[in-house]
Design a protein around this ligand. Structure first.
Ligand code: ZN
Length: 324
């Protein structure tokens, strides 16, 4: 039994319209699902991904309009990396960011990988990383994206966790979740350890950065990340993971049916919320693949309350084209 890499990353926005404009219009991802947070139906849950939102390509957002901005701290996901095909495409993205006023750093080598760090309009820390050939198979950028397929984002590369101490999180990653330590180095005076799982490489990496200098964990805010999910192929292994986590003494939730996948959640000892999610059934389960994300999708148990739920949501234009 082995995790297949990163399934999705779920973050927080206080500006759904601006979020859609950035992730579709600037980054060229496809809005593959527009639904609500099952635990708070007054909030949108927006899913962006490749052409059909394959597992491993999805960045998702809860829309909490009245939440404050994310403050720095340890015990949180401090950056999310996306994969782009090669170094030339990084150069192309850098020009695009300049043209569209996206705040970004220079293209830098991070332990041998070319990386372009940038932020979304709410300060969400993101990076584009040169995709090596190996690793989890990349996704397929949507052909109707404003970004050409040859330079487009192929999915998630990695997440970076800022932790007070590397060891407790590393122990759970290795001893319970089956990760392997891939690299260890120092950057900017901070200890960094990289772990990978399953096929390893792009799509299967977690970077731990030791940051005892940061304040203790704070509530997740706009521009912050809520949790990261890892992939498991089917419900049988999903149940076995729940058993294993429980036996390791981690407080794990019951299996929750998210309708597009099944989920379990637990907090790793460094303070970050982890999820393990099944690869299926996927986003084309309740919508035609041609028309993903165009209408508000609700799981069957919420469908009876559609009128009331729709009244509680702000209008959201999701069909506007981006800048090519
Ligand atoms: Zn999730």
């Amino acid at each position: 039994m082995e995790l297949g890499g990163i399934h999705h990353v779920t973050a927080v926005t206080a500006d759904a319209p601006g979020n859609v404009a950035f992730y579709t219009g600037v980054l060229g991802l496809r809005l593959v699902k527009k639904t609500v947070n099952q635990d708070d139906v007054s909030a949108y849950h927006l899913f962006y991904g490749d052409d059909i939102g394959h597992p491993g390509t999805e960045m998702t957002f809860f829309d909490w309009a009245h939440i404050g901005s994310q403050m720095p701290g340890w015990g949180m996901i401090s950056s999310t990396g996306f994969r782009v095909p090669d170094r030339d495409s990084l150069q192309w993205w850098k020009s695009r960011f300049d043209e569209l006023g996206v705040s970004h750093a220079e293209i830098e080598e991070h332990n041998g990988r070319a990386t372009l760090r940038f932020t979304d309009p709410e300060g969400q820390k993101l990076a584009l990383v040169h995709d090596e050939a190996d690793g989890v198979p990349g996704g397929t950028p949507w052909e109707k994206s404003p970004v050409l397929q040859k330079t487009g984002i192929r999915g998630l590369d990695s997440v970076e966790l800022s932790v007070r101490s590397i060891r407790p999180t590393a122990t759970v990653l290795v001893d319970v979740m089956g990760f392997r330590k891939a690299e260890e180095y120092s950057e900017g005076g901070h200890k960094v350890a990289v772990f990978e799982v399953g096929p390893g490489g792009p799509g299967a990496r977690v970077q731990l950065v030791e940051r005892p200098d940061l304040p203790p964990p704070v509530m997740v805010g706009a521009g912050g990340v809520h949790h990261v999910a890892y992939r498991t192929p089917d419900e049988e292994e999903h149940a076995a993971w729940r058993d294993r986590l429980r036996k390791a003494g981690l407080g794990v939730t019951p299996v929750i049916d998210r309708y597009y996948f099944k989920s379990i959640y637990f907090r790793e000892p460094g303070g970050v919320l982890f999820e393990i999610a099944t690869d299926g059934p996927g986003f084309a389960t309740d919508e035609d693949a041609e028309h993903l994300g165009e209408k508000l999708s609700l799981p069957p148990f919420l469908e009876d309350h559609r009128a009331q739920i729709e009244r509680g949501l702000r209008p959201l234009q999701t069909t506007a084209g981006g800048t090519r």
